[in-house]
Design a protein. Structure first.
Length: 500
């Protein structure tokens, strides 16, 4: 085999920073099951800033922890939320303390794959501070966690809205912020509340939620370009009315006006995100769904204000038509790709939606790599000259490298190397980015090291779920002892005789 001589490669530190607008991806909710990150990466070719999970927590209910759709209420549901509590999967940490259960296994996998956990939780607003502290302890070892609590709280459809007044929900959110800031400072709390109402010139219920807006770390709203909220109870047709379709430019302007108003009424400036955004193919059909999102993303890219920190594409695979894939009704492990997936994947590769990479200067191996988040990490890069279109492009990891957990970026595509893996094949990049005859290309090969088990650990080896202090909650360190062997071959090993 022909390997590049590693001693001829200059290793440099590479610093990964934030995007012009970061992209998060919803993965599982009441509408679909979680899809593993290896599959998602193979489809998307690139990591997101974060992966969004949705869970519910009503530990005082007699039905708990049965999932809401499994509870026999004696009547056929008349609406999507006609249940004792929201039909997300039950959060089994907190009081139960089942940290080897959902969602923790998924959270570990997300972090191993170089992304942040974006966790939505609908929580019983009657819970007290002592009920919330165990949740904070659950989340300590997961680096930067973006926690959205009781989202769309100015609405009327969720179960927590039926248990508390709007003022009580606002006060409860402030309590959640207090607990997280004190017991899990790595957790950034998101308030997803009312949007700007042009007729009134103010946010929906802005007076009631003013202190909640001030307490939040991140401001948010949910805004669909079209939505069939009657799913799965009815089918959207011209004869039904449980759906809506909005002007994409009006949605854009409304979201931007929401941030401006939040700055005005709070005197603060915080990141603003759209925690759920998509068009619903149930309403517009699959082609227009892709066109709507393309238009929205192009406006973001061209807008000089750069007002939106991130949005979450809801979601990767959906049982209805709100996903990049639709769940195969015969087998929930299988997804059916929609036109929006190819469009969105192209947008994902654009510079505006990509993490910024900057040169940190020459570095010698072994080197300590730092991982804080998908927007703050230190890795190693080398330049690889590709002389022509290769037949083989592989990385071989010898004994000292095999235990490592690595995210590898090459030509804008990302590859995952799990602990124990010996070889990573980079050829899929060239299958879709083939070099033309006579063309050569200088390419950067980058290595980052998210935590191998998905968790941050205190340097003294103490229990990460109990140790409340220290920078370990924000940073994980891994030593890269050497580079893998890089195999680039331009000729096949052998050719079969061709028959016409």
């Amino acid at each position: 085999m022909s390997f590049i001589k590693n001693d001829e490669l200059k290793t440099r530190k590479v610093l990964m920073g934030s995007c012009g607008c970061a992209l998060d991806l919803g993965d599982g909710s009441e509408r679909a099951l979680y899809v593993n990150q290896d599959y998602v990466l193979q489809k998307m070719k690139k990591i997101h800033r974060g992966i969004s999970l949705m869970y519910t927590y009503y530990p005082n209910d007699k039905e708990w922890p049965t999932r809401a759709c499994k509870i026999d209420a004696g009547d056929e549901p008349k609406g999507a939320w006609d249940s004792p509590y929201e039909n997300y999967f039950p959060y089994r940490g907190g009081r139960e303390g089942l940290r080897d259960n959902e969602p923790f296994n998924f959270m570990k996998e997300i972090r191993q794959h170089g992304m942040d956990v974006v966790l939505t939780m609908t929580i019983d607003p009657a819970l007290k501070e002592e009920d919330l502290i165990p949740i904070a302890e659950d989340l300590r070892p997961y680096g930067r966690v973006l926690l959205r609590v009781n989202h769309e709280c100015t609405g009327s459809w969720f179960c927590f809205n039926k248990r508390a007044s709007y003022q009580q929900l606002a006060d409860f959110f402030v309590l959640v912020c207090k607990v997280m800031h004190e017991h899990a400072p790595n957790v950034k709390v998101i308030l997803c509340a009312g949007m700007f109402q042009e007729a009134e010139g103010k946010l929906e219920m802005e007076d009631i939620f003013l202190e909640a807006h001030k307490a939040a770390d991140i401001w948010s709203g949910d805004q669909y370009l079209s939505l069939h909220w009657g799913w799965p109870v009815d089918v959207a047709t011209k004869e039904t009315n449980a759906y809506a379709c909005y002007d994409t430019d009006e949605v854009y302007d409304k979201a931007k006006a929401t941030l401006h108003r939040l700055r005005e009424i709070t005197g603060q400036d915080k990141p603003f995100v759209l925690s759920e955004l998509n068009g619903d193919g149930d309403v517009t059909g699959a082609y227009e769904q892709a066109n709507m999102m393309r238009h929205f993303m192009k406006r973001l890219e061209k807008d000089d204000e750069k007002w939106l920190s991130a949005f979450t594409l809801y979601q990767f695979r959906d049982d209805g038509r709100l996903g990049l894939e639709v769940t195969d009704p015969n087998n929930s492990d299988v997804g059916i790709e929609q036109p929006i997936l190819g469009m969105y994947r192209k947008q994902l590769q654009k510079e505006f939606f990509s993490q910024k990479m900057s040169d940190g200067g020459e570095i010698k191996l072994p080197a300590k790599l730092r991982w804080s988040s998908s927007e703050d990490a230190e890795g190693v890069e080398v330049d690889v000259k590709i002389e022509k279109d290769p037949v083989f492009a592989e990385l071989y990891f010898e004994d000292d490298l095999r235990p490592l957990n690595l995210m590898i970026e090459f030509g804008g595509w990302w590859f995952y190397k799990a602990p124990g893996v010996k070889c990573i094949d980079l050829m899929s990049y060239f299958f879709e980015n083939q070099l033309k005859a006579g063309e050569s290309r200088n390419m950067k090969l980058r290595f980052f090291a998210p935590p191998a088990d998905g968790l941050n650990h205190p340097a003294d080896g103490s229990d990460p779920f109990k140790a409340p202090d220290g920078d370990w909650m924000n940073n994980s360190f891994t030593t890269l002892p050497s580079l893998p062997k890089i195999r680039i071959e331009y000729e096949p090993v052998a050719l079969a005789k061709h028959y016409d």
